[in-house]
Design a protein around this ligand. Sequence first.
Ligand code: ADP
Ligand code: MG
Ligand code: MG
Length: 887
Amino acid sequence: MAKWVYGFGGGSADGSAEDRALLGGKGANLAEMSSLGLPVPPGFTITTEACTWFFANGNAYPEGLAAQVDAALARIGEIAGGRFGDAGDLLLVSVRSGSRASMPGMMDTVLNLGLNDETVAALAAGSADERFAQDSYRRFIQMYSNVVLGLDHEMFEEILEDARADRGYEQDTEMSADDWKGVISLYKGRIEEELGRPFPQDPKEQLWGAIGAVFSSWMNPRAVTYRRIHNISASWGTAVNVQAMVFGNMGETSATGVAFTRNPSTGEKALYGEFLVNAQGEDVVAGIRTPQNITEKARIEAGSDKPSLEKLMPQAFRELVSIADRLEGHYRDMQDLEFTVEKGKLWMLQTRSGKRTAKAALRIAVDMAGEGLISREEAVCRIDPASLDQLLHPTIDPKAERQVIGRGLPASPGAATGEIVFSPDEAEEMKRQGRAVILVRVETSPEDIHGMHAAEGILTTRGGMTSHAAVVARGMGKPCVSGAGSLRVDQKNGTLLAAGKTLRKGDVITIDGGAGQVLEGAVAMLRPELSGDFAAIMEWADGARRMKVRTNADTPADARVARSFGAEGIGLCRTEHMFFEGERILAMREMIVADTEEGRRAALAKLLPMQRGDFAELFEIMAGLPVTIRLLDPPLHEFLPHGEEEIAEVAAAMGISAEKLGQRTEALHEFNPMLGHRGCRLAISYPEIAEMQARAIFEAAAEAAKKTGDPVVPEIMVPLVGLKSELDFVKARIDQVAKTVMEETGTHIDYLVGTMIELPRAALRAREIAQAADFFSFGTNDLTQTTFGISRDDAANFLETYRLRGVIEQDPFVSLDLEGVGELVEMAATRGRETRPDLKLGICGEHGGDPASIAFCEKTGLDYVSCSPFRVPIARLAAAQAALGKG
Ligand code: ADP
Ligand code: MG
Ligand code: MG
């Protein structure tokens, strides 16, 4: 017979903390605490397997469950005293949900279950406290009706409010036993009116109603949404915990509270928490009364005049402190505790690893390593790499003056300054030109993703903390203020009305995603620093890491930030934005419209010194670290104006006819630019472009080496190679230029030529391509596009639907598709190294900053990952965790 029910209490338990998957987190830890001999009210856990069975069998219960529940109830009675459903020997229980991962959206706890018109009298007699009994009964009716019978909570609050008002009371505490009786009879009348049947009086019926409600809540929309966002499988199911009641509402010597073994926001090593006297369940967090501090120290710091638990119930306090220590030592992690004091006696109701801020996580990990509780490697593995994002964004200098022009919700932390844009396309366009933008929308939708990617920050005038903008921004680690309702966006006229001012596209604003503020102009920012505990963890991580971490940086500013975050070189420098600024775009356009090679070379000659300057600066910042520079990649029409008006304007500036420019633009038009005339295909059509870029690189390398004394070894990367012969063609040009520049400057330059692997054909033919390549860099953005045959810019329209309908679990552009794209990466790595064992391998797609993808890179034996500057510390930590075998 399958075991569906696991008991705990009285110093032992059927399960343990190891059984999290089967008993849920709450049940497993209640079992563990019981076995440790801690004071836990006895109870039992119905397994998650029973829940899975329930859904697989049309919401029915497995055979044997009912009998096992009866036996377990009897066992609770033996330990706690009493018999469930017996008014002569009362036993009341709570029914609590609990899945493997703690999950909001699940059914709320029902307390005092088993009370009815008869047992309430027994409770009154047993406790010699009629008021307590009636209060418990009305709480039960209220909770049960709401979470099990699905009646509106407000309905009961209204009845209660009227009752108070009639009697001229302000607080519930003024209600007498008789007052509560009156309320209870009104509740019951109302329930019968709503449901057409009376409130269930049979304790067994109550119990099974609650069990069914817990199981069913696993599929409620709130829970389903939460699971989708957090990638929790629906197959896990939830457990149900049934536990003997203890009462924190039995008068002035009773209380209920929550505590953390260390401070969850700062990480400080001190018991931290709150409690309420004469209260039950979640009164503490419900905010009905102001809770009291647990320790005297916290009370004094908070300036509270309400006594601490330490003062008020010294014995229970001392026991709590010792249990907190014991649990922390046992679990070797900071714990979040729930407890109740019944007439001076302490009971433990829950323990779990406590949620904490990133800052606290770092401090706790470093402290615990210092205390010898965990090793340094464990400390490194304790930090969620993604959470570091909270600490890596610039914040507004507290000394700076704030011109607040709007307020919204603090939807995603960090601050950002940029020019206003109103459309995602504009955001992308301006980003390409190297400009910082804030995307301003009424609300965002999946079609806006590319613009959100391009923007420094996102501001919406509608939507809450879980709106599309908020969720996506947090995922991308970008500052976001959502629902700034006082602002008016006029999309058509391109204006933003804020505090009586009209702002237009290009006007600069700052958003503070931590405070939910919109500020006028640019505001002084503080750059995040890696110091203290953060620096310590990073140092330990670096000690454990095998892969190098480089950055994707196109500008000196990016390169500097990345260096300060510990980047060990540049893995991808895209050269295209260098052609957009100021006069450069003019020279670029001249080059594009030139009819002859000569004309093109003349225009390119103007670009050469500018390119050289850009590269020299990057080489200097990177001081001898490797720098990978990608030759021009996008199709040429991206550099030309579109639309008649703009064409006319540009033509005039260039001194050519609008007709000619228009013709050239038209000739360059492509049906599918992503698969068009770009990458190395440009270098083959116009070798002079690649030659100019190579010359700029080598001259800059010679210059920088002379200046800094550090040898510079540039790595030149040829994009979009599918054929070895393509690489051969371009590499021959590069080698020729290298030779010339070395002769001219009299300096020897070591350099590498390699390719991006971003086409399936390149991965397939890696053996022969490696004959011509010193390195491979996996351009997993394009490799994902070309492997799936999905254009990233158009994917947002349906990939979200795919996710909602369960067709895919993860967006492959966010987390590498390990099976498909991953197989190609693995194949190319293996085949490439067959030809050239020392072939350098790296990844430079967006995935280079994604912890799961980084773990894959470690497994595949890549030499480095490269990611955006702000993700460098995340990648350092994730690479260390991967090397340590975590995840
Ligand atoms: P959640 O998962 O939302 O924290 P819990 O199941 O932990 O819900 O229940 C919430 C609160 O209800 C607990 O913190 C505790 O105060 C109270 N509670 C639950 N079970 C009991 C019980 N058997 N006796 C007394 N209080 C209980
Ligand atoms: Mg709750
Ligand atoms: Mg709880």
